[in-house]
Write a protein that binds this ligand. Sequence first.
Ligand SMILES: *Cc1c(COP(=O)(O)O)cnc(C)c1O
Length: 235
Amino acid sequence: MSRQQELIGNYEAAKKECNNDDVLLLAVSKLKPADDIKILYDHGIRHFGENYVQELVEKSEILPKDIKWHFIGGLQTNKCKDLAKVPNIAVVETIDSLKKARKLNEARGNYNPDQPPITCNIQINTSNEDQKSGLKDEQEIFKLVEFFLDSNTKYITLNGLMTIGSWDTSHNDDPGLENKDFSKLVEWKTTIDKRFGTHLKLSMGMTSDFKQAIRQGSSEVRVGTMIFGARPTKS
Ligand SMILES: *Cc1c(COP(=O)(O)O)cnc(C)c1O
């Protein structure tokens, strides 16, 4: 089988398992070559997810400009500028502090004021694991939402909430079982929507747990391994 047949077959299989045309299937292409992305691009796919700023920047320079890049990796304040410079960065999914939101807004205004605002997700740590990023504190979350809703924040907009489920819950042997990390994210959406009148979307679910995430109301699933195969380790 050619790489083309393989990638398209995998993507279509994942799409079929989503079983819902309203759910965005984000193809997570981190550590995979630009050629793989181009194959799916030619098949009509436009949304791709990357975890490393430098890799995203390099791929964005050589790949078509109507790709909608999603940054889904751990965000550092000093990298917000590099992301904002990418004209077709569409979504930054891992905003977890006011400082980073401020920086991203400011940098987008400086470098790409005429491009569409970057839509952002607030990352929530629903599993309480220390090694995971994301916010847990209600006051911090509310302050960040308020910052987005402020009319001075012109270059970024709030799209929704994002979480990474804990490994244990996502590798549960019982596929129909409710994932408590996803339930937590749904609760946060309900709380915030009620308080601020928003209609937040939910980015939750990866290769091992996206079907369950969709059952629990996900609007976007981020799938890498099922589409591209196992990844090399980052050097
Ligand atoms: C790598 C990654 C994914 C994709 O993971 P797979 O298990 O390969 O589908 C999804 N979300 C985030 C945040 C990631 O870092």
